[in-house]
Design a protein around this ligand. Structure first.
Ligand code: PMP
Length: 418
């Protein structure tokens, strides 16, 4: 493996080489990245999630405060006093664990209340909880789709969707490409038992949105079902924070909604919302629900967080002020932010090592972002990704913009240099 051009993916499964040899080669690769100051995975924070965090940076041997644009805690709910209180009350009343999987004694009133509450939030009758958003997607798809079925995926869907489709047939269409989707749907007619189109609401790497209305029309025209994962939309998008489903008023046009409590809701856990018989089927048939312990009483904070989405709309307004300020600032500096229309903002760079170097320089200037590369995006599409929060101040965002300007002077990554 050529380290200069390698990515983590290249170490996944090397033909003819046993796992322990691959692991030592991978270790060498990590040392190579570290030597170049490019190993910024798993940076340890000594302070809570927030617009600034106290980080143990690999290049220094002491903690350093940085402006952070790496958290999906878009509304700052992980630190909200009322939500913390609800979590503490939950733990005082029910303790720290739930003791078992839901089938055999681990199902409590707070789980059921949350299922009902998140379903009502989307104007639906029932929902099922999973321990993470990742599991919600992978468990649901794995349970509903088999050898005789077809999953039709927007290429940019989250990794958990791909994982859920490992034991069914997969066809992909280029991101938001309606013509290609229609071709796949037309060719798949009568060939598969169940056909399911799976898309994200807001896409996690580009921060853009699905063409939900048109995709829903096409999907149903060809007799297929539509699944939407709106992990990044809930709390952020739509007049009342019901995500992309609200933006397109598509409450009655989506067959299955999935999502997570780990982003704007500031906690952890995944949910699936669908017509009651599908939810019942998942409750009795999906292995990840039957054989894995339910979430802890700390999820009682989510009940309060859902209320606060309605009670404190000013948080969403502050978030959007920040999103627009940062986006406009980056555009004015000549950066390519693609089609971002949410709190996820990428700065497109292209080359992997230039992206890693941009990430390193930004950290040096006190700005923590995520360099994103293959396999999360295609090989030539590396970028610096940022997540904006309601709790960022103008000073934070100005520091980000000034730092990007500095980085551009050194690396020539804006459109000015093309
Ligand atoms: N779907 C999307 C689109 C995501 O971005 C993520 C989070 N990375 C997930 C699902 C998984 O959610 P969780 O972190 O709760 O497992």
């Amino acid at each position: 493996i050529h380290f200069e051009k390698a990515s983590f993916k290249d170490f996944e499964n090397i033909a003819g080489q046993d796992a322990f040899t691959t692991a030592s080669q991978f270790d060498e690769y990590l040392n190579f990245l570290k030597a170049n100051g490019h190993l910024n995975y798993r940076i340890e924070s000594l302070s809570p999630v927030g617009p600034e965090m106290n980080l143990m940076l690999p290049a220094y041997d002491r903690p350093t405060w940085s402006v952070c644009l790496v958290s999906n805690d878009y509304l700052g709910f992980s630190q909200h006093p009322k939500i913390k209180e609800a979590v503490i009350r939950g733990i005082q009343q029910f303790g720290t664990g739930s003791g078992a999987s839901p089938a055999i004694g681990g199902h409590f009133v707070y789980h059921r209340e949350l299922e009902k509450k998140i379903a009502q939030f989307y104007k639906k009758k029932d929902a099922i909880l999973y321990t993470t958003g990742y599991t919600a997607n992978s468990a649901t798809l794995q349970c509903l789709l088999h050898k005789e079925d077809l999953a039709i995926l927007d290429m940019a869907v989250h990794a958990s969707v791909y994982e859920g489709c490992l034991t069914t047939n997969i066809k992909t269409f280029l991101h938001n490409n309606l013509e290609m989707l229609e071709t796949v749907l037309r060719n798949a007619q009568d060939k598969y038992r169940t056909r399911m189109v799976i898309i994200d609401g807001v896409y996690s790497q580009d921060g853009d949105m699905a063409y939900l209305d048109k995709i829903a029309d096409l999907t149903h025209q060809y007799g297929a079902y539509l699944v939407v994962d709106d992990a990044h939309g809930i709390g952020v998008v739509g007049k009342t924070g019901r995500g992309v489903i609200e933006l397109y008023d598509a409450f009655d046009h989506v067959d299955i909604i999935t999502g997570t409590f780990s982003k704007a809701l500031g906690n952890i856990g995944g949910y699936v919302i669908a017509r009651p018989e599908i939810i019942t089927y998942l409750k009795y048939q999906s292995k990840q629900h039957l054989f894995s312990t339910t979430a802890t009483p700390a999820i009682m904070g989510i009940l309060k967080a859902i209320d606060l989405i309605d009670e404190e709309p000013e948080r969403r307004a502050e978030l959007w002020n920040n999103i627009n300020y940062l986006k406009n600032g980056l555009i004015a500096l000549g950066f390519d932010i693609g089609t971002s229309a949410s709190a996820v903002i990428p700065v497109k760079v292209g080359d992997i090592f230039k992206t890693l170097e941009a990430g390193r320089l930004l950290l040096k200037f006190g700005v923590y972002t995520n360099p994103i590369m293959y396999p999360a995006v295609s090989r030539k599409n590396a970028r610096i990704r940022m997540n904006v929060m309601a709790t960022h101040t103008r000073e934070h965002l100005d520091k980000v913009l000034n730092s990007f300007e500095e980085v551009d002077k050194q690396l020539h990554i804006s459109k000015k240099h093309i």
